[in-house]
Design a protein around this ligand. Sequence first.
Ligand SMILES: NC(=O)c1ccc[n+]([C@@H]2O[C@H](COP(=O)([O-])OP(=O)(O)OC[C@H]3O[C@@H](n4cnc5c(N)ncnc54)[C@H](OP(=O)(O)O)[C@@H]3O)[C@@H](O)[C@H]2O)c1
Length: 219
Amino acid sequence: MRPYVIIFSTETIDGRIASRTGYSKLSCFEDLKLLHSFRAHSDGVMVGANTVILDNPSLTVRFSHGSSSFRIVVDPSLRVPPNSKIFDTPGRGVLVTLETWSLENLRDYIIRGVIVVKAGLDRLDLRKALVELHKLGVKRLLVEGGGILNCTLLAEGLVDEVHITIAPYIFGSGVSLASCKAFDGETSRVELALISYKEVCPGWVHLAYKVLRPKTIKA
Ligand SMILES: NC(=O)c1ccc[n+]([C@@H]2O[C@H](COP(=O)([O-])OP(=O)(O)OC[C@H]3O[C@@H](n4cnc5c(N)ncnc54)[C@H](OP(=O)(O)O)[C@@H]3O)[C@@H](O)[C@H]2O)c1
């Protein structure tokens, strides 16, 4: 069993979740409140290693009622510093990494009360990681990016819903909502079904989609 997986990202109208200089403050206050209510209704919030290294988010619930859940980072190479904010609460921070790391390699994380989930030998096995997270009690998982994590989860068919808030900006370059080479568009792509849309504050539109599985189209 794996968790029900929801991606939530705020992006520009040209699909960027960060500019080429790393600027990523794209939410209006109502969008932030929406994001935090998604956090409050999830058992875990997951991000990729680059997001933690660049933004050092806490991933806690602050602009909504409800308590914070597991705060999870996917970091196969142990690049995320053990003193990152997501590991601030012992027993709530989770490091998803490779099975090859020794206790000595993981010492600084374990001392801080970080839960280590190991999945995959030479490359990270996301499917296995999700099964392990489900065993920990993560039945509903919120994924907040970045683009590499979003794309690899979508490519492996591990995403159930995609929630996007479109900010009225154009960046022209930067990090895309989904960044990987898994799809060519013509014969393979992710197809989605629109569930709902709403203007969350003047100019910011939130769209909710159900994922119809990654599709390989036969010629
Ligand atoms: N606007 C928004 O809503 C929003 C939300 C979140 C992030 N962001 C922005 O997004 C940017 C970061 O995104 P990003 O695409 O560069 O990186 P990312 O997805 O945050 O992290 C990518 C790294 O995480 C590890 N990783 C992720 N998925 C993996 C997988 N399936 N298998 C193995 N390793 C995996 C890898 O680490 P290794 O390289 O060590 O293998 C990979 O390089 C930041 O600028 C941040 O501000 C924006």
